[in-house]
Design a protein around this ligand. Structure first.
Ligand code: NAI
Length: 582
């Protein structure tokens, strides 16, 4: 901001979109541009270009026509053989972090092979490129850091963010994942080292959702860190100062959001990731009416949990309004899920959202959220302050509220004790128990505990994965309410329809699509989520539902509307198979 005015020149944004952002027309004559050149890669340069490198899979003809003779050993391999070899070497690493580094090296060496591995081995590699391993990688990012994998925008770039965006080599960006590193997973403030999160999330956008890798842009906003250990670390890669807050912080974010829209247009999706909850709610509320924004911690979590609940209804019968919900933890995840449940109830039964909220109760670190606490509550908790006497423990709340669904989003492990779970079972023979806190050590209870304490009757799911569990000769497969089910398909649906805003009804549409993918066979094993191995198919269905909603709500710009949206989504998905070169 200069003298209170935005430094971003509004004249170059024409009709809500961008006509030309790289200085090729008169409206942008006075803009500074980056002189990118494009040339055909061959020889050594081709082998060093991760977008086009195929390693030993270059054919004899390609080796001749692209000056590769002698630069590669004689063997010609297939992509499948390369995949087999790499999976073998990744499995040989004992430490998860070494597997992570091997995957990142591959991404920087041979992008298509990286995505092929990820797509074909999704259940095995998801925990490597994303949570939990990515958390450790972020903690050690300073020493792992080799080459830029995304853009760093720090306070030093204030006033120049538009120019910084133009330094990124790809122009047609469709999805940005941005973090300020303040609340990385359950690990707290990792400052600039949070970059591993946008990088990992975008890898999943491509592998699970089908967004082209070149259309993805990871960004870390560095406003300092309050993590003293990092500030004292001589290898720390970020700004060496305490976090900027208040006006400074919001001005930087404002400049960023304007520059993004100016550079990439109205249809670029900005996903806020791992912001601390005081900023997360505010940023979402501030930009959701002017930009295409999405917060996975709030909205993605809500959508994936709602899908699990909708699927549970097939086992339990009845509708959501027949149930009473109790949350343990009332932060981004808890209140986000609660709000979406209320919206779904309201949509399905025509009762006002305000009424629907009365079926949902939340407990935070100070006990049950009730009217008498209203004055001191954070704004996002206020809608959940119902009329009731104050109660301080979860067990008391369970006994008084008599919920049929108990959802843990507290980040505090082992808090669904035997007493709590048995009290749930005393209310409802088949209680729904979701222990969503991550990582595994923070889960409110384990799958084994939930099944044992309810003699196999609980419908259980968790945030972190648990192994299948045998009880009384029956095998149970605990569901994992993994956000990776929803956000890649949701983002892809926005991209393929050219949507300009995220509407809450889209979150409901995503939940419905996911719940519809649970089959009778899955239900018979106690599953309320389909296996992740089918994720590309699931994402295509979610994308189709999202796109349909965007068209119905008049928010889609890619016209005409395709007749079969599932087929359309499938046909638009990025595939990692090698292409043949001329
Ligand atoms: P947050 O910090 O926004 O909220 C935490 C909430 O828990 C606050 O309301 C706090 O008052 C409450 N709390 C803390 N200690 C408590 C205690 N001892 N007793 C009762 N309440 C307590 O955090 P956020 O983002 O909502 O995440 C919470 C947890 O949910 C984390 O462990 C996170 O990993 C997990 N999560 C799981 C997801 C999934 O399974 N798909 C997605 C997002 C989050």
């Amino acid at each position: 901001m200069k003298n209170g005015e935005s430094v971003v020149d509004p004249t170059s944004t024409v009709g809500g979109g961008v006509v030309d952002v790289y200085g090729e027309d008169r409206a942008t004559e006075d803009h500074l541009v980056t002189p990118w050149t494009v040339s055909v890669a061959s020889g050594y340069t081709l082998l060093r270009d991760p977008h086009h490198n195929k390693g030993l899979a270059f054919t004899e003809r390609e080796r001749d026509s692209h000056y590769l003779r002698g630069l590669l050993p004689p063997a010609v391999s297939t992509q499948e053989l390369q995949e087999k070899k790499l999976m073998q070497s990744i499995r040989d690493y004992e430490l998860a972090l070494h597997k992570y580094v091997a995957m990142m090296d591959l991404q920087e060496r041979n992008e298509r092979l990286f995505y092929k591995l990820l797509i074909d081995n999704v259940e095995e590699l998801l925990p490597v490129v994303y949570t939990p391993t990515v958390g450790e990688a972020c903690q050690k990012y300073g020493s792992i850091f080799k080459r830029p994998q995304g853009l760093y925008i720090s306070l030093k770039e204030k006033g120049k963010i538009l120019e910084v965006l133009k330094n990124w080599p790809q122009r047609s960006i469709q999805v940005i994942v941005v973090t300020d590193g303040e609340r990385i997973l359950g690990l707290g403030d990792l400052g600039c080292q949070g970059m591993g999160i946008p990088v990992g999330k975008l890898a999943l956008y491509t592998a699970l959702g089908g967004v082209r890798p070149s259309a993805c842009l990871p960004i870390t906003m560095d406003v300092g860190t309050n993590n003293q250990k990092l500030l004292d670390d001589e290898f720390y890669i970020g700004l060496r100062q305490k976090r900027d807050t208040g006006k400074e912080y919001y001005d930087l974010l404002d400049e960023f959001m304007s520059a993004v829209k100016q550079n990439y247009g109205e249809k670029v999706l900005v996903q806020f990731e791992d912001f601390a909850n005081h900023n997360a709610f505010e940023l979402l509320a501030k930009y959701k009416t002017s930009h295409l924004v999405f917060n996975d911690d709030i909205q993605g979590t809500a959508s994936v949990v709602l899908a699990g609940l909708v699927a549970s209804l097939k086992l339990l019968g009845g509708s959501l309004t027949d149930h009473t919900f109790l949350f343990f933890g009332a932060g981004e995840a808890g209140t986000g899920i609660a709000e979406l449940i209320a919206l779904e109830m309201s949509t399905k039964t025509n009762i006002p959202v305000k009424e629907a909220r009365k079926k949902i109760w939340l407990v935070d670190s100070k006990g049950l959220i009730v009217c008498s606490r209203k004055e001191s509550l954070q704004h996002f908790k206020k809608p959940w302050a119902h009329e009731h006497e104050p109660l301080s423990t979860l067990l008391d709340a369970v006994k008084a509220i008599k919920p049929s669904v108990l959802i843990g989003t507290s980040g505090v492990g082992q808090t669904f004790t035997k007493d709590v779970v048995e009290a749930m079972e005393a209310i409802d023979k088949r209680p729904v128990i979701m222990a969503l806190s991550n990582p595994t050590s923070q889960a409110e209870c384990t799958a084994e505990q939930a099944y044992t304490w309810t003699e196999g009757r609980a419908i259980f799911s968790s945030g972190s994965p648990f192994d299948p569990f045998e009880y009384n000769g029956k095998s149970f497969i605990p569901g994992q309410a993994n956000n990776a089910y929803i956000f890649p398909g949701l983002g892809f649906g926005l991209v393929i329809s050219g949507a300009i805003r995220v509407h809450d009804e889209m979150l409901l549409a995503a939940s419905e699509a996911l719940a519809n993918q649970v089959t009778e066979e899955h239900y018979s094993k106690g599953m309320i989520y389909p296996p992740l191995t089918n994720i590309r198919k699931i994402s295509a269905h979610i994308a189709a539902n999202i796109a349909a909603k965007a068209y119905d709500l008049g928010l889609a710009t890619r016209l005409p509307r395709p007749a079969d949206l599932v087929k359309y989504a499938e046909s638009c998905m990025y595939t990692p198979n090698y292409r043949s070169y001329r």
